[in-house]
Design a protein around this ligand. Structure first.
Ligand code: URA
Ligand code: CA
Length: 444
């Protein structure tokens, strides 16, 4: 009996693989069938691997991609945030190096009365996730009962919680399989993966930061545009207002890469002294968040209001309120010297004259990880204090001997290698002229 049952399942999955392999469209029922039965363990990895590879080569159309997204949403819990007053806007970045935008944007947007209800994860790879960064505040915790989470958002407009429940478990399983079968970088698969998690997390509106460049999934503006359009179309189709900003990840964003270092950078930015690119990206993303939430007539007005949260001190005060509400020590917000600090801070000097043409973002992230700022495996323990602070960025002129970056380390023995690695990931040329924009395009 059981074997017969298995056989029917195997046969049907075989048909789906064949259909997609031959370039045909899968129906909604077929997509639901394979997502459901893969999640509950009834379809084996090898068949889904074959289907993923067929999808990779034959692609999926917009309808199939939307159906795949919703099948993954329905594979697990869907958060109900209806007790939160106001329009909830979520922001998502497709992943970058030294991306400190959430820490800056959260308080800025909340200071304008727009609810920020964020579920965050820990980082794997390059650098820590938002939760790791926030743990730079002594005592800060994301563990709280649901009532407190909702209460904090209603009272002070911002809360960051740890992932509760199981959001889009199908995506988790499929992503792990894609990772080992060379099927990650397909537009439909990336778009449905990201959007399924955002939709399950309960936001009314979604602002996407689609990174483009060497340090991103999408290496060219055209590819990023295609991914952005696909995600905006999925969001719109399921009734979530969605906007995508395509931004540069051909070099790290801002200057700091590492957990406490990025917290310090966020605090500086909220006080009006942050790196220009980080602040500009925050203003752009934030102005769409605030507009979608209905707290400004248009993006120009939203931008002015956001700027005002910095000059008036409302944003930095909001950060204090938020950190305090989740048990964190706020003294380091007034005095960043109180944040976790590394024992050694070592300058890296340019070995030639010229203009900086490239800073290989992904490699810089990996060097920071090797210093201890990120996790090589899920079990690794991260060192909040360590990382890299860039001193020169793309387009800047340098002379031999100028400091291009600082290494923050707690282990004297890894400094020399980090120095050599950083040097080999800075490309300095005689007459480079930088014309790569920070914001490539906006899809709405
Ligand atoms: N991030 C995700 O969550 N999924 C992808 O497929 C790629 C990036
Ligand atoms: Ca940064």
């Amino acid at each position: 009996m059981f074997l017969d049952f298995l056989k029917t399942i195997t046969m049907r999955m075989y048909d789906l693989i064949l259909k997609k392999r031959n370039g045909n469209e899968l129906t909604k029922e077929e997509i639901n069938y394979f997502v459901e039965n893969y999640t509950n363990g009834e379809i084996p990895d090898y068949q889904v691997s074959a289907l993923l590879m067929a999808i990779f080569f034959q692609k999926m159309n917009g309808r199939e991609t939307a159906d795949l997204t919703m099948a993954m949403v329905n594979s697990g819990d869907i958060l109900d945030l209806s007790e939160i007053e106001g329009i909830k806007v979520d922001k998502h970045s497709t992943g970058g190096v030294g991306d400190t935008t959430t820490l800056v944007l959260g308080p800025m947007v909340a200071a304008l009365g727009v609810p920020v209800a964020k579920m965050s994860g820990r980082g794997l790879g390059h650098t820590g996730g938002t939760i790791d960064k926030l743990e730079s505040f002594k005592g800060f915790s994301v563990e709280m009962p649901r009532d407190k989470f909702i209460g904090n958002v209603n009272n002070i407009k911002i809360a960051v919680g740890g992932q509760t429940g199981e959001l889009a478990p199908a995506d988790k399983k499929l992503y792990a399989l894609r990772d080992v079968t060379a099927t990650v970088d397909n537009v439909s698969l990336i778009a449905s993966s990201i959007m399924s998690k955002k939709i399950a997390a309960g936001a009314d509106c979604i602002v996407l930061d689609v990174k483009v460049g060497e340090g991103a999934f999408m290496k060219t503006p055209e590819a990023a545009q295609e991914l952005a359009a696909e995600m905006v179309s999925i969001g719109t189709n399921v009734g979530r207002k969605t906007v995508a900003i395509i931004s540069d990840m051909d070099q790290p964003l801002g200057l700091a890469i590492g957990n406490a270092l990025e917290v310090e950078e966020a605090i500086d930015t909220l006080k009006g002294n942050g790196p220009k690119d980080l602040f500009e990206l925050c203003l752009t993303l934030g102005s769409y968040m605030v507009t979608l939430a209905g707290a400004a007539k248009n993006v120009e007005e939203a931008r002015e209001k956001l700027q005002e949260t910095i000059t008036s001190g409302a944003a930095i005060n909001k950060l204090k309120e938020f950190v305090k509400a989740q048990g964190g020590d706020t003294a380091c917000i007034d005095d960043t010297a109180l944040l976790p600090k590394a024992k050694y801070v070592v300058p890296v000097m340019a070995d030639t004259d010229g203009v900086i043409e490239k800073i290989h973002a992904e490699s810089i992230g990996l060097i920071a990880m090797e210093l201890g700022a990120g996790r090589a495996t899920k079990e690794s323990i991260i060192d909040l204090a360590v990382g890299i602070v860039l001193n020169k960025k793309r387009g800047e002129k340098v002379s031999k001997g100028d400091v291009i970056a600082y290494i923050h380390s707690n282990d004297e023995s890894n400094i020399e290698k980090a120095k050599q690695d950083i040097l080999s990931n800075y490309v300095i040329s005689p007459n480079y002229v930088d014309n790569i924009p920070l914001i490539h395009h906006i899809v709405d």
